[in-house]
Structures are given as structure tokens and as C-alpha cells.
Design a protein around this ligand. Structure first.
Ligand code: UD1
Ligand code: UDP
Length: 371
């Protein structure tokens, strides 16, 4: 039996790798190493998908820097890989854990597979440091699972050998469908959880956490939300645990009656809210990918996005962090039914829920040359 070692550390990586962990257990011995780059937000996902890590590096510190995350992860991964002796290491996306995991695999001369490969904004400064993390992870990897054709083309343009690149869809849609299946139709617990929210009004789901927006852009986002809150809506904002995010959001939005600042949500609660909401304002990569499956228009509060498929399909709009632009785009969607229904289409360019099974089949058929 082949040995597979998953290395991940944050909430989105855990969500997107959970379906693949289940699939690879069918064809080999799976070990899970979490760096613990995130703690509470990672543990929420591990609980929801019933994943118990074999290794937990517990690296998170409050207000950690990119240096400490990288060095603490890399330092501990050497011993994990030596002990686990995997045939294949799997990393996901563009976090610092993903980069450190790919580098650790490369240094250990173990094959590395990169899941959600090939996303590019073509701007080193945005998203920061994710654009460089995914480029570096991609060039360290030996096997690339691209979610879309555009992602595959990006890799080919960087001279990644075509035979190493497979277009499989994004595993986030697998996770979303699994999650929707697990929560089913029973609404009672959710209404109780969100009892402060008035569901007779239109709900706007908001998330925001990107480093390149810290400072003025984040304040401008918050001022936009205050203005949108003058409409007859309920804004629900699960606030990321990053202290920098919280230091912007709570002082600027904490006293607005119809803005609900809540703690990061369990995945089940997030997707339930996504189902119930009218509109999404976010800078999150994962939420941009999930929302079109539920027919929810997304205003992307970033200057660039690597998720261009949603923009091209017309289900997402890139509005940046400018207050006026965010407000006017949100108001258009609240008041213009034609524009709203054009964006609220249930059509997902990112995947069909079968990405993890495709990856499993590709790995099962792989020829394992010795190294
Ligand atoms: C990280 C990723 C980002 C991803 C995001 C998902 C990097 C460089 N960034 O950013 O790509 O979009 O995760 O959410 O890899 N914290 C807690 N508990 C938690 C999680 C975070 O307290 O469960 C706080 C800690 O103070 C921590 C800080 O948030 O130091 C920042 O966490 P970090 O992982 O460095 O950055 P994120 O902004 O979460
Ligand atoms: N998510 C969640 N609870 C929340 C906010 C987000 O479970 O309170 C999920 C969301 O559905 C998506 C993923 O977390 O699958 C996205 O994570 P995040 O926005 O932190 O990171 P990004 O995708 O931007 O890297």
C-alpha cells in the first residue's frame, strides 16, 4: 500500500482537503499532519469532517509573522517526514503552510502533489504572500491538480510539464456538497444559533481577512458596510480571529444595530448562512468558489482576483476596496432585480463535486518510479 501524507494548517486547506483524505483512504495509508498555523478555526473543520491528525505541530502564536510560520513549520516537518516515510506528500492552495510543506517534501526527496494548482493573480503584492506561496509550491511540486482549464494554462506557461497537470475541478465543491448533505434540512439548530439575526430581512454575508487590505483598505470596507447597513438589511459578519482584522472591524462596526459581528462559524453554519443569504461581500477565495453553487452573487472586495472564472461567468463582480464602489454595487444588487437575477445563477465554474474522486483515480493509476 502506498503512503500518503497530507500537510495543512489553516481553515480553507482543511475544508478543501477533507474530501480527498476520505478518497485516498480507499487506496492507501493516509497520515494527516497539521502544522496548526490556525488553531480554533482549523479545529472547527477537523471536528466537522471527523479528521484526527496523526501529527500536530502546534505552531500558531498570537499575531504570528510569516517568518515564524515558515520556520516553525519547516523545522518540525523534517522529523515528521523522516518518521512517516510517505510516497507522496499532498499540499493545498497558497498558504505559508502549503509552501513550507512543498519545500519540506522537496528537501526530503519525496514526491509532492499540489491541490488547487495554477491560480495566479500575476501580482506579487496581491494577494500577499499567497501569490508567491502558490508559485513556489507549484514549482516544487511533481503533480499538479488544477481546478480549471485557465489554471492549467497558467502552469503550462510557466513550463510545468503538461503530463504532470490534471484539470479536476476544485475540491471545495466536494466539501460543500458533503457539508450540505451532513446538515440536511433540519433548520431548528441554525435558527437558534443565529437568533439575533432577523431572517425576515435580506441577509448580507460578509467576510474579510486579507493581509494586503490591512490599514486603509480595511477601514474603507468597514465604512462601506456602515453605509450599506442604512438599507433594510441584516449584515452578518463572522470575524476572522486575526487580531489585526479584529482591531479594524470591532471599533468601526461594533455599534451598528443591524451589523452582527460574530465569531468564525463552524463550516455547517457558514454554508447554512450562505444558503439563506441574499448577497455575499467577501475577499475570501473559498467563498468566491462556493457561492455560485447556491446561486448567490458575490462582490469581491479585492483589487485583483485569481478566481477569474466567476467574474467571467458573471456570478461575481470585482469591486475592490473603494467605499463608494462597494456601496454602489451593493445597492444596485439590492434594488435592481434584473441585475440581481443575472448574477444569482446556480452555475459553478469551479467544480462539480467530483474533484477528489478524480484525483484518487489519477493517483491510483500513477507509475511510481523510484527516486
Ligand atoms: C492564513 C493564510 C491565508 C488564508 C487564511 C485563511 C498565510 C500567509 N495566510 O491567513 O492565505 O486565506 O489563513 O483564513 O498562510 N488566529 C487565531 N486562531 C485561529 C486562526 C488565526 O487566533 O484559529 C489568529 C492568530 O493570532 C494568528 C493570526 O490570526 O497569529 C494570523 O493567522 P495566520 O495564519 O498567520 O494568517 P491568516 O490571516 O489567518
Ligand atoms: N468559512 C467557515 N467559517 C467562516 C468563514 C468561512 O467555515 O466563518 C469557510 C468558507 O465556507 C470557505 C473557507 O472557510 O470554505 C474559506 O476560508 P477563508 O476565507 O478563511 O480563506 P481563503 O479561502 O480566503 O483562503
Amino acid at each position: 500500500m502506498r503512503r500518503f501524507l497530507f500537510i495543512f494548517g489553516t481553515r480553507p486547506e482543511a475544508i478543501k482537503l477533507a474530501p480527498l483524505i476520505l478518497q485516498l483512504r480507499e487506496i492507501g495509508n493516509v497520515s494527516v499532519c497539521v502544522t496548526g498555523q490556525h488553531r480554533e478555526m482549523l479545529d472547527q473543520v477537523l471536528r466537522f469532517f471527523s479528521i484526527t491528525p496523526d501529527y500536530d505541530l502546534k505552531i500558531m502564536t498570537q499575531g504570528q509573522t510569516l517568518f515564524t510560520v515558515t520556520t516553525r513549520a519547516l523545522g518540525s516537518l523534517e522529523g515528521v517526514i523522516r518518521k512517516d516515510r510517505p510516497d507522496l506528500i499532498l499540499v493545498q492552495g497558497d498558504t505559508t503552510t502549503a509552501f513550507a510543506g512543498a519545500l519540506a517534501g522537496f528537501y526530503s526527496r519525496v514526491r509532492v502533489a499540489h491541490v488547487e494548482a495554477g491560480l495566479r493573480s500575476f501580482n506579487k503584492a496581491s494577494p500577499f504572500p499567497e501569490e508567491m506561496n502558490r508559485i513556489l509550491a507549484g514549482h516544487l511540486a511533481d503533480l499538479h491538480f488544477a481546478p480549471t482549464k485557465a489554471a492549467r494554462l497558467n502552469l503550462l506557461k510557466e513550463n510545468i510539464p503538461a503530463e504532470q497537470v490534471h484539470v479536476v475541478g476544485n475540491t471545495v465543491i466536494d466539501a460543500l456538497l458533503m457539508g450540505l448533505g451532513i446538515i440536511g434540512d433540519d433548520e431548528r439548530g441554525f435558527h437558534e444559533y443565529f437568533r439575533a439575526v432577523d431572517f425576515s430581512k435580506r441577509i448580507i454575508l460578509v467576510t474579510g481577512h486579507r493581509r494586503e487590505s490591512f490599514g486603509r483598505p480595511f477601514d474603507s470596507i468597514c465604512r462601506a458596510l456602515r453605509e450599506i447597513a442604512k438599507e433594510d438589511v441584516q449584515i452578518v459578519y463572522p470575524v476572522h480571529l486575526n487580531p489585526v482584522v479584529r482591531s479594524h472591524v470591532f471599533p468601526l462596526l461594533g455599534d451598528t444595530r443591524n451589523i452582527h459581528l460574530i465569531e468564525p462559524l463552524e463550516y455547517s453554519h457558514l454554508i447554512w448562512l450562505l444558503k439563506k443569504c441574499h448577497l455575499v461581500l467577501t475577499d475570501s477565495g473559498g467563498i468566491q468558489e462556493e457561492a455560485p453553487s447556491l446561486g448567490k452573487p458575490v462582490l469581491v472586495m479585492r483589487d485583483v482576483t485569481e478566481r477569474i472564472e466567476g467574474i467571467r461567468a458573471g456570478t461575481a463582480l470585482l469591486v475592490g476596496t473603494d467605499r463608494k464602489k462597494i456601496v454602489s454595487s451593493a445597492k444596485t444588487l439590492l434594488h435592481d432585480g434584473v441585475v440581481y437575477s443575472r448574477m444569482a445563477r446556480k452555475k459553478n465554474p469551479y467544480g462539480d463535486g467530483k474533484a477528489a474522486a478524480r484525483i484518487r483515480d489519477i493517483i491510483r493509476r500513477m507509475k511510481w518510479k523510484s527516486r
